[in-house]
Design a binder for this molecule. Structure first.
Ligand code: HEC
Length: 134
């Protein structure tokens, strides 16, 4: 194996295992821009999404049902009562550092709250709001 290939493999492995919130925003925004050219992530739209009541599920009508009105505060699962650490990386450094974990929870929570998966645009806005605030 040549050195160049080995290096490329090592870098690909590293990129899959860890990420920063900024890298996740960039990835989701690039995906969103393929559907809507010129898409730019918006913390304001992310804040609106975070607070919106979708009312698809009576038990969990909104993201704030478990994550509270403030993303820097610890939340509580409305059904199990289990504590949830804050979603904002400035309050909980491990947030949005593991793409597989982030995707898993987006899939689960969006399906429960919206009755469908979140779009790449919604994810880009959501992470932008959590990482950078308004
Ligand atoms: C029924 C309670 C509940 C609701 C409602 C809820 N979540 Fe969550 N969420 C959780 C739990 C539990 C975790 C995982 C525990 C943890 O990471 O602390 C989590 C974690 C996450 C993560 C992972 C963040 C990371 O560390 O990368 C994302 C993203 C997320 N939620 C997005 C949402 C969005 C978007 C909504 C609204 C559409 C939402 N959640 C609504 C309970 C909820």
């Amino acid at each position: 194996m040549t050195k160049a290939i080995l290096l490329a493999l090592l870098m690909a492995g590293g990129a899959a295992a860890a990420a920063t919130p900024r890298e996740m925003i960039t990835t989701y925004a690039a995906e969103a821009a393929r559907q809507a050219p010129g898409f730019q992530p918006s913390a304001r739209r992310g804040a609106e999404f975070y607070a919106r009541r979708f009312a698809v599920s009576e038990k969990m009508p909104a993201c704030v049902s478990c994550h509270t009105d403030s993303p820097v505060q610890a939340g509580r699962h409305v059904v199990t009562g289990k504590a949830i650490k804050p979603l904002a990386p400035r309050a909980e450094a491990a947030r949005f550092s593991d793409p597989a974990k982030t995707e898993k929870w987006f899939r689960r929570n969006c399906t429960e709250v919206l009755g469908r998966e979140c779009s790449a645009a919604e994810k880009a806005d959501f992470v932008q709001f959590l990482a950078e605030g308004l």
